[in-house]
Design a protein around this ligand. Structure first.
Ligand SMILES: [Fe+2]
Ligand SMILES: [Fe+2]
Length: 217
């Protein structure tokens, strides 16, 4: 069982007086750099987004469940894993914009919730008898998977996963900032999944130097 630990990624040093942080992932041994901005800027580079994604979500992205998610087709043109990463990236950007207006958000909850929100869809053909059942039940199954991956998952993150289908499934209403953010990001990503060409998120990360290895290790 893989346990979530923020400490799995070590922030090693700040060079040139906190202009850059070098980080290394204990799991895949990859490393990268991210510029440390003096003030809060709304615009985020791919590197910054990847850094935060990796920092909070590395253990999930390296789990066996997420490997399976990278293989299962979702929204016809993408995979569950690619979609989840897209939701996490969009959520991180929304958090940044809100932070600019001094609206505080828990980015760790948002990233973990985003990455786990659709893991309950894995094996959909065998797990659900029809689309309606899948729509209603997959958030609950996703929550089970998330609890397995992160035994000390907090209530806020659970709420993000449980309520992410709102407003398509109106019976579980998001009531926290973070759960509303992920619900919106999920719909945004789903629309993008439908109209955009299939792009592997993993390839994007590797290209932008925030390496995430999905190979065997
Ligand atoms: Fe979903
Ligand atoms: Fe989703």
């Amino acid at each position: 069982m893989i346990k979530y630990k923020a400490s799995k990624i070590k922030l090693l040093v700040g060079i040139s007086k906190s202009q850059y942080n070098i980080y290394v992932c204990d799991i895949c041994r990859s490393f990268g750099t991210v510029p440390v901005k003096a003030g809060l800027e709304v615009k985020m580079s791919d590197k910054e987004v990847n850094y935060l994604l990796h920092f909070y979500g590395s253990s999930i992205m390296h789990s066996e469940e997420f490997r399976q998610a990278m293989k299962q087709t979702h929204h016809n043109k993408t995979t569950v894993g690619d979609h989840s990463i897209k939701v996490a990236r969009a959520s991180i950007k929304i958090c940044r914009v809100l932070n600019k207006f001094h609206i505080k958000t828990r980015m760790d909850d948002v990233v973990i919730g985003s990455l786990c929100h659709d893991l309950g869809i894995l094996g959909r053909k065998h797990s659900f008898s029809n689309g309606r059942e899948c729509l209603k039940e997959h958030p609950v199954r996703s929550l089970d998977v998330a609890r397995r991956l992160i035994p000390d998952i907090n209530y806020n993150t659970e709420k993000i996963i449980r309520c992410h289908m709102w407003p398509i499934a109106p019976f579980r209403v998001p009531t926290s900032r973070e759960s509303i953010i992920v619900s919106i990001a999920d719909k945004y990503a789903a629309i993008g999944d439908g109209i955009m060409r299939k792009t592997k998120a993993a390839e994007l990360h590797i290209k932008s130097n925030a390496v995430i290895s999905y190979g065997p290790h």
